[in-house]
Design a protein around this ligand. Structure first.
Ligand code: AMP
Ligand code: MG
Length: 433
């Protein structure tokens, strides 16, 4: 049984990230939300694009207003109005000013903004009652970003803020990584579809739904391959299909030591390298991790024939990472949160760290473990006055109890060798969602 941190590193080392050359796609910016930039962005624009005013007021020459005060005001002649979107036509000469509005272009000759509140206007003349700081409220061209520098790095997930920057930089189309394809396969002769009447001994295949949601939330594309009974032939066909279409496979069930647990055997028969068969984690001990290496995405010689890849379907990664998750719904989700999501982050093109980031929280109740495996207890995590608190879920911590998993926002971790964490003590918690 592999310790959790060793399993984590081994899994991450097995992941082959998407490749910019093969796995990039160009999207309209509006379709790129949630996607990951495949190329660094460099803009040929300065930000701001031109010197402009940060306030509504008057553009002046500092020399003209130096020494202004309530008792010694200065009056200037307004030679131009500069609203938004207007290009100034005049150069401000000594004794002159321009009316200017926020964001508008600074006229040449002027170097300072006097805010409207410190002025009084009469016709084409403005009187100024206070001395501004030199260069006050002028935003210089290029103050925020200078053309030609790195604007956004590759590997960045595009959300509202990043999309705003790309739009401002006139990137109407962006090159992003394609979404990794994750095949989801449920094994077990007891499983039925969500809308089938339940016979004694049957249960709904809830894992398919849970894993599909998790994969989609991680920005990947779930491929639902359905349910397979515990029959070697059917399983073999289903696993073959999964590894042919996906970058990663999440199968659930059939990896334990039961008489009908065939997954490992079939993986080996299909030529997989099996790296992990069990991890010292609770819930989730029976966890199989395997890889299939494809011969390549280029032409292949099979027998005497040359087989070309189908150019219409995007070529999957040359390596398929296979997770044989325990069937138990709680175990399947916990192992996926702990190991599947980090692997998916690396596969997707995100930069390090791929490992989950734990937070230190104060446990509101006493947490117990048998001390033999690293235990993950689900519950609610929240911030109170800048400090995290963890409240374990109410009800049984049986891995068969999926009901009290609803509402989970954190998994508290009890390390191997520790049997309890007392109420009020600190515990490491993996935030969920
Ligand atoms: P297994 O790992 O195949 O021994 O399954 C362990 C437990 O999880 C059994 O009680 C199964 O009925 C249950 N289980 C397996 N697969 C699923 C699934 N897809 N959805 C819900 N429960 C499942
Ligand atoms: Mg089973």
């Amino acid at each position: 049984m592999l310790p959790v941190n060793q399993a984590e590193q081994l899994i991450l080392n097995l992941v082959q990230p998407l490749d910019v050359g093969q796995d990039g796609e160009t999207l309209n910016l509006l379709d790129a939300s949630g996607r990951i930039l495949a190329e660094p962005i460099i803009s040929s624009l300065d930000f701001p694009h031109w010197d402009n005013s940060a306030m509504d007021g008057y553009a002046v020459r500092y020399a003209d207003v130096q020494g202004c005060a309530a008792e010694t005001p200065v009056t200037l002649t307004i030679v131009e109005e500069i609203p938004a979107g207007y290009q100034p036509q005049k150069t401000i000469q000594p004794g002159q000013a321009a009316r200017i509005l926020t964001g508008s272009v600074m006229p040449s000759g002027a170097d300072t903004i006097v805010i409207q509140e410190e002025t009084q206007r009469e016709g084409d003349r403005v009187t100024i009652f206070a001395t501004p700081q030199p260069h006050a409220f002028v935003r210089d061209r290029g103050a925020y970003y200078q053309a030609g520098n790195p604007l956004l790095p590759a590997g960045l997930r595009l959300q509202a803020a990043e999309i705003a920057v790309l739009a401002a930089a006139q990137c109407a189309q962006v090159k992003v990584y394609r979404r990794p394809k994750v095949a989801i396969l449920s094994t077990g002769s007891e499983l039925v579809a969500i809308d089938q009447p339940l016979q004694p001994g049957q249960i709904v295949d809830s894992n398919q739904y849970a894993l599909a949601a998790l994969v989609a939330q991680a920005g990947a594309e779930p491929l639902l391959l359905g349910r397979v009974p515990d029959q070697p032939k059917a399983l073999r066909a289903a696993i073959q299909e999964a590894i042919a279409v996906a970058d990663m496979v999440l199968s659930s069930g059939g990896v334990s030591v039961g008489d009908y647990d065939y997954v490992d055997e079939i993986l080996a028969a299909l030529g997989a390298t099996i790296h992990i068969r069990a991890v010292a984690i609770k819930p989730g001990k029976p966890l199989t991790v395997a890889t299939f290496d494809r011969i390549g995405n280029t032409e292949q010689e099979v027998g005497n024939e040359i087989i070309s890849p189908d150019s219409k379907t995007p070529t999957p990664n040359s390596r398929v990472l296979y997770f044989g998750l325990p069937g138990n719904p709680v175990s399947a989700l916990v192992t996926c949160w702990r190991f599947g999501l980090p692997a998916l982050r690396k596969l997707s093109g995100l930069p390090t760290p791929w490992e989950p980031e734990f937070v230190s929280a104060r446990s509101l109740n006493t947490l117990k473990s048998d001390g033999k495996r690293e235990s993950y207890l689900w519950g609610k995590l929240w911030l109170v006055n800048g400090e995290y608190e963890f409240e374990p879920a109410i009800g049984s911590y049986s891995s068969g109890n999926l009901i009290n998993l609803a509402g989970t926002s954190g998994l508290a971790v009890i390390p191997v060798g520790e049997t309890q964490i007392l109420a009020g003590d600190r515990v490491q918690v993996l935030p969920i969602g």
